[in-house]
Design a protein around this ligand. Structure first.
Ligand code: MN
Ligand code: MN
Length: 315
């Protein structure tokens, strides 16, 4: 396959053409791509504000603003290091969470088995469990690096249902998909259902860094903390937009006041060098609640581009 380069926005205006992620080629067969961006338009796992099914295409529409060189990472040109494609969306069955999860698992497996790093655009956070099921079959159990205002390690919701946006990272431990002792959850804050909402993650073996602790550590301290925790294990990187302050990212399912600004969260992500990401997702972008200028979708696209840069630095 040829090196996959995005459409050059110095030559073709951004508003011309079909908006794929960062104006990359849209392919069904990912060939020998290094990274395959794909959508997971499923939101029937969301306990509160649904609409993240519209997230992938909202992120794509804002991503056409992004340029190939990342000045925060030594001017790395992501697309000279990596062949990146937009592999389209996973099929889903609206209203049928388990069937949608099966589709997402099959789509993730197809991309990972082809040798690509799947970079998924959500969708509510229930999508991470089928991604991890597929990735653990290819790579073995993974270290989880998880940004979120919430731990998403509850046991069940609503009359004992075990699958939802609030439970994927408990199921992932139970199913042996992640190594909790090598995993870290970052950004937790806000009011609790029970006192155990944080300690339930610690009991599963995760490390938890609250929003206040992450701000106090600063980007460099946080990067060091994550590198020490991951310790050479291959990583699944999962980013829930609700980790960001609702002023910077209003378009989410479950907003929590008092989070990092867009600038603060991007600085944190840029510090996460020095480990191998074999799968990633950027989830919980809900354009139905986004602000003027689609700030949440723009930030989600930027986070995904920063993840691409982290992957490019390792090649
Ligand atoms: Mn979440
Ligand atoms: Mn959350």
């Amino acid at each position: 396959m040829q090196t996959q380069m995005p459409v050059d926005s110095l030559g073709v205006p951004r508003f011309v053409g079909v908006p794929t992620f960062m104006r990359l080629p849209y392919v069904r067969d990912v060939g020998d791509a290094d990274v395959a961006v794909f959508g997971m338009p499923s939101d029937c796992g969301g306990p509160y504000r649904t609409g993240a099914r519209f997230g992938p295409n909202a992120i794509r529409a804002q991503s056409i603003m992004l340029r190939p060189i990342n000045p925060y990472q030594g001017n790395v040109n992501v697309f000279e290091r990596l062949r990146v494609v937009d592999a389209g969306d996973s099929p889903v069955v609206p209203g049928y969470l388990l069937r949608s999860m099966d589709h997402i698992e099959r789509t993730t497996a197809r991309l990972a088995e082809a040798g690509a790093v799947p970079l998924g655009l959500g969708g509510d956070h229930s999508v991470s469990l089928p991604e991890l099921r597929a990735l653990a079959r290819v790579h073995g159990p993974l270290a989880l690096v998880h940004f979120d205002a919430h731990t998403d390690t509850w046991d069940s919701y609503f009359d004992g249902e075990r699958y939802s946006a609030g439970t994927p990272f408990r199921r992932a431990v139970e199913e042996g998909l992640v190594v909790p002792e090598r995993s870290i959850q970052i950004g937790m804050r806000g009011s609790l259902f029970r006192e155990s909402d944080i300690s339930q993650s610690l009991e599963l073996g995760y490390q938890v860094v609250t929003t206040d602790e992450a701000i106090a550590l600063g980007p460099d301290g946080l990067g060091q903390r994550v590198r020490e925790r991951v310790a050479g294990q291959r990583v699944f990187f999962s980013f829930d937009l609700d980790v960001v302050d609702p002023a910077s990212a209003p378009g989410v399912q479950t907003p929590e006041a008092g989070g990092p600004t867009a600038r603060e969260i991007l600085s944190m992500i840029r510090a996460l060098t020095g480990f191998e990401i074999v799968g990633a997702d950027v989830v919980e972008t809900n354009p139905l609640y986004d602000g003027p200028g689609q700030v949440t979708a723009l930030l989600a696209a930027t986070v995904a581009a920063e993840v691409l840069a982290l992957i490019a630095l390792r090649r």
